[in-house]
Design a protein around this ligand. Structure first.
Ligand code: PEP
Length: 252
């Protein structure tokens, strides 16, 4: 049984006060949500305060990125996974398409970050997804497969049990264009099959695969009804506690 995960990526929004206010409002609104794990990913500077204020609640805190290793050293501007853990995080988003597109993230760096996050005891949420020209050219599956193979390279079966994959078609992120539930299901099934080929069927069956790309309160239920959709990674609609809580509470 795969427990669903609903994760909110706050990107580079919200000053500290706003991040705390939204977290506390959300804490009340999702207090009864036992059907899924709830995760929010504020900016680095808000992580510790938000994690402290949410202590004892059912909301987990994630970072949006991390360094490729945990060794302390001369790595100006980087934040090691072990430091994120120290700040109260339990999860970290790795390989988000915005980092791949604009900040030089590669499958190799995603792989390093995933390993480093696991070593620090964090749950990596590893993002994959094709761009529109890839889909139009019929290459969506091969692009996603390459990202998966690169990002998850060298992971053991027990590592696989501790990660989450997020399928986020780049053409659906922040555009208002959601993949249809059928498109999402098709790719999620493909991801599960691809992971199974490398890591075995048990690992694939237990892997939670989230969908991301313009998820909103009015489309979450249909997406979640798909067999291989195990949750959502939500950008824009996670910034408002009311809207995000409706997504979390999609079952009620
Ligand atoms: C995201 O940033 O991961 C995302 C899916 O954004 P949005 O929900 O705004 O499309």
């Amino acid at each position: 049984m795969r427990k669903p995960v609903i994760a909110g990526n706050w990107k580079m929004y919200k000053l500290l006060g706003d991040a705390v206010d939204t977290s506390l409002e959300l804490k009340t609104l999702v207090a009864n949500a036992t059907h899924c794990e709830v995760v929010i990913a504020p900016v680095f500077t808000a992580l510790k305060t938000v994690a402290d204020r949410l202590e004892g609640s059912n909301i987990h805190v994630a970072a949006q990125d991390c360094a490729i290793q945990n060794d302390f050293g001369a790595h100006t501007g980087e934040v090691a996974p072990v430091m994120l853990k120290d700040a109260g995080c339990s999860h970290v988003i790795v390989g988000h398409s915005e980092r791949r597109q604009f900040y030089g993230e590669t499958d190799e760096s995603v792989n390093w970050k995933t390993m480093a996050a696991l070593a620090a005891g964090l749950t990596p949420i590893v993002c994959v997804g094709e761009q529109l020209p890839d889909r139009e050219a019929g290459d969506a599956e091969s692009v996603v497969k390459t990202q998966l193979e690169g990002g998850l390279n060298g992971l053991t079966v027990s590592d696989l049990e501790r990660i989450i994959v997020a399928y986020e078609p780049v053409w659906a992120i922040g555009t208002g264009k959601t993949a249809t539930p059928e498109q999402a299901q098709e790719m999620h099934a493909f991801i599960r099959e691809s992971v199974g080929e490398v890591h075995g069927n048990d690992a694939a069956e237990n892997l939670r695969i989230l969908y991301g790309g313009s998820v909103k309160p009015d489309n979450i239920a249909e997406l979640m009804s798909q067999e291989d959709v195990d949750g959502a990674l939500v950008g824009g609609a996670s910034l408002d506690a009311q809207s995000f809580s409706k997504i979390v509470n999609y079952k009620q």
